[in-house]
Design a protein around this ligand. Sequence first.
Ligand SMILES: C[S@@+](CC[C@H](N)C(=O)[O-])C[C@H]1O[C@@H](n2cnc3c(N)ncnc32)[C@H](O)[C@@H]1O
Length: 357
Amino acid sequence: MNPFTPEIGFADHVYQSYLQGLKLHWKNELYASVIAKAAQSGQPTPQALETEMRKAPDYRLYGWLERHLQQFKYQGRHGMLPVMQGQSEALIAALDEAARRHPERLQLDPALVLPHYYTAPDFHQHPGGVWSDDIDAFAYEWGANAFSFSMAAADRPYRWMAQYLTQRFAPASLVDMGCGFGKLCIPVKQISPSTEVVGVDLAAPLLRLAHLRSLEAGLDIRYVQANAEHTPLAARSFDAVVSYWLLHELPAEATANVLTEAMRLLRPGGVVAHFDMHTAPGGVVGEFLHMGHAARNNEPFLPGLVGADMKKALADAGFVDIELVEAMTGDAAQHDDAPIAPTRTHTFTVVIGRKPA
Ligand SMILES: C[S@@+](CC[C@H](N)C(=O)[O-])C[C@H]1O[C@@H](n2cnc3c(N)ncnc32)[C@H](O)[C@@H]1O
């Protein structure tokens, strides 16, 4: 089945690639200059470094680009949201048509009350979030595939995570919390067709798009609209409860609830694995850039995740055999004091634990 693709015109591509060029300059030259100056300044805390660095024109431009390129990406004549809004009828029709096929695989809950921590911020500066309108899902998909933070092939880390989970744990059933439009569920099912895969998310638009993309790929994946803190899924019914890039969007209390819910859903001996930005290498300089990113990109809970002891959080929820491993290698994660990356990127790690048998 040919994938449904929104219309993206030549001028839209030109505009978006201009932004991408600016982002590359931000990620390479500007970043290099900022971290060199920050390291020289010798400030003892991220806060003191922020105050000092605001005097540096390079850092002001770095911060301005980090915030505004994201706004330009979504808004304006060739922004991703207006481009999608201009064809909303066709986009909604494609989602509606998919929803009629295998409706048992798409379980939406129109009465679900979305938590305030989720609806109050416009995460990633996506106006209105990803939950308020069907077209948000297509704009988010375009952005996620075209503009990964590392500017590397956007699917690679998802394929790595899917391979890592299936090869290491061979789960017969897996639930992906905060599954978005299926970027992890789909490769898991492709690599391991016998695994029962369920995606859970709060955002109906994303789940509708995940369902469409899964049908197009010929994959039997079930999507459930629910809060990962308290799902309607049956207790002791999964071998793996995982997430990719969910935890940094949660306040600490919700993270604790997600871990408790994972414990409820897992069979004895089952595994929990959460991929996210649990560490910020580079000591004070790394932390300063990380905090700045959180503020500039509307990520209110990201600073709390980096400060949190995720191994302890898993232990508190009752998990054992806890590890923190580097994404893309599976090696033991480095300490926050490890050297900072030579170009701007996020460092991803996976925190893993096992429910006692
Ligand atoms: C940064 S996105 C990542 C999406 C997807 N995992 C990916 O990597 O493409 C975070 C996702 O978590 C979802 N989310 C946030 N809070 C949630 C919660 N409490 N329960 C379920 N989903 C949640 C959001 O709707 C969004 O789809």
